[in-house]
Ligand binder design. Structure first.
Ligand SMILES: Cc1ncc(COP(=O)(O)O)c(C=O)c1O
Length: 470
């Protein structure tokens, strides 16, 4: 249980992050806060001191505590690069594996992880369903796993999409081994080796690597850190050269965290239709929105089946079962065929366990709690990063998910930071994982889904000291 003063400090941190408290606003006096909240003077004092140490407020002598300006909210734009398949893509693959292993096998602080704090996920319930299903169906054959997937799971996936505003025909859904397989299959279904694929820059390594792995050519499109891929720039590019597909993540993008606006999404789908350029959309973080409503999807603007939507339960339920799905539009048949060739099927036991969870447990309630905690943890982590990392550091300000993109001062090499941090038992995801080029050199991505403990706070302070030394 968090002490009372930390809870109070968290509340004010979130209010400042959401703009309810603005720069220059005075916090209630210690006496006022103590009376209105029904807590002791000492509790309020300690909460305000904590807020000061997080850099959220400053104390002004004889005047009180005032909210500090939100430093450096805007990320700098990454200029685009044309990136050919990396000669060293094997090395990047190895590097990804090493980074993930360092999170799994050491006692290090898992700030490099792309998965949420496991304590946030209802694994105990999912596990009970796995056991129950194992008991009920004593004999299994690989043919039970064949695509498109378990009908009840497919029904539940369609239902979840419907609740989030996307009307999907269940017949279009193909269950996959996580979003990773969905993205790989969809890309393979729409493009061939040597083809050109437009991508956001920077972009999550699974999506980049799918392109490299299939010997396609990635072309980076200018991407605004707050609004996403520049559709006009992509249109110009498509006029000059053939773009065979586009891989994009319009919501809570990994790593930058932006959400593209509805107009931009609509324009992107229209461009895709005009150019016959399939759009592979990654929506794994969509249910983790901090605002009231889930963000719209490219798929919801798609009338011709040119959008291939990919997602999974890895961020919201469990990554351990490796269950994801594709909604591949007009490419459904090809994706299904490729699925058989790639892995035959996806474990039916795991599919049925998740289907049962979705049907019987309170999934919405779980998500609501998770969103609330993530919003809180992100606000605290963000404020602390701006305080402890070197002057000139910029930090993204996502409205969903649990990843922060940190742009360190230009001279800083994130690979050096990654190595030095690892020696201090802190894992961070260096920019090199998100761009084959040089442009994310000074950036790191951090996971903020873990509770704000002394260990996390001292890890962030230490990261600041290492960065300052470098
Ligand atoms: C943007 C994004 N896409 C895909 C994945 C992989 O998801 P899955 O575990 O479902 O394969 C992750 C997480 O690692 C992610 O962050």
């Amino acid at each position: 249980m968090d002490p009372l003063y930390a809870k109070l400090a968290d509340e004010f941190t979130v209010s400042a992050a959401r703009g309810v408290l603005r720069a220059g606003d005075r916090l209630p006096s210690i006496r006022e806060a103590s009376q209105s909240r029904g807590v002791s003077i000492t509790t309020v004092k300690r909460a305000y001191q904590l807020l000061e140490s997080r850099g959220v407020v400053e104390a002004r002598p004889n005047a009180g505590y005032f909210v500090r300006p939100r430093a450096a909210a805007r990320l700098a734009l990454h200029p685009p690069e044309v990136v050919t398949p990396a000669d060293d893509d094997g090395d990047v693959g190895r590097f990804v594996l090493d980074t993930l292993r360092s999170i799994a096998s050491t006692n290090a602080l898992p700030l490099a992880s792309p998965y949420p704090d496991p304590a946030l996920l209802p694994w105990r319930r999912v596990r009970q369903h796995v056991t129950e299903i194992g008991r009920r169906y004593p004999a299994w054959s690989a043919t039970d796993d064949l695509p498109p997937g378990d009908p009840e799971l497919i029904h539940q996936i369609a239902l979840q999409h419907l609740r989030a505003g996307l009307d999907v025909d269940p017949k279009e859904i193909v269950v996959t081994g996580g979003a990773t397989e969905a993205i790989n299959l969809c890309l393979q279904a729409v493009a061939e080796p040597g083809d050109t694929v437009a991508v956001e820059s920077p972009l999550f390594y699974v999506m980049r690597q799918a392109i490299d792995r299939m010997r396609m050519r990635a072309v980076e499109v200018p991407t605004d850190p707050e609004t996403g891929i520049a559709v006009d720039a992509l249109r110009d590019l498509a006029r000059r050269q053939r773009i065979d597909a586009c891989v994009t993540m319009p919501n809570f993008q990994n790593p930058m965290g932006f959400v593209a606006g509805d107009d931009a999404k609509r324009a992107l789908v229209e461009l895709a239709e005009a150019q016959d350029m399939p759009l592979i959309e990654n929506g794994v973080y969509n249910p983790l929105h901090f605002g009231e409503k889930p963000p719209s999807t490219l798929k919801s603007f798609d009338r011709s089946g040119i959008v291939l939507h990919c997602s999974s339960f890895s961020k919201t339920l469990t990554a351990a079962t490796r269950v994801g799905w594709a909604i591949p539009g007009r490419y459904r048949k090809r994706v299904e065929n490729l699925k058989v060739l790639s892995a035959l099927g996806t474990s039916a036991i795991m599919q049925m366990a998740i289907a049962r969870y979705l049907a019987q447990d309170n999934w919405e309630h779980h998500l609501r709690g998770m969103r609330h905690l993530l919003a809180q943890r992100m606000a605290i982590m963000r404020a602390s990063l701006l305080r402890f990392l070197p002057e000139g550091t910029r930090v993204s300000d996502p409205q969903g998910g649990f990843l922060l993109w940190v742009q360190l001062p230009d001279h800083l090499d994130s690979l050096a930071l990654y190595k030095a941090a690892l020696e201090a038992a802190i894992t961070v995801a260096p920019g090199r994982l998100f761009s084959n080029g040089n442009l994310s050199r000074n950036c790191i991505r951090l996971n903020c889904s873990y509770p704000w403990t002394n260990r996390v706070e001292s890890g962030i302070r230490q990261l600041g000291r290492i960065a300052a030394r470098l």
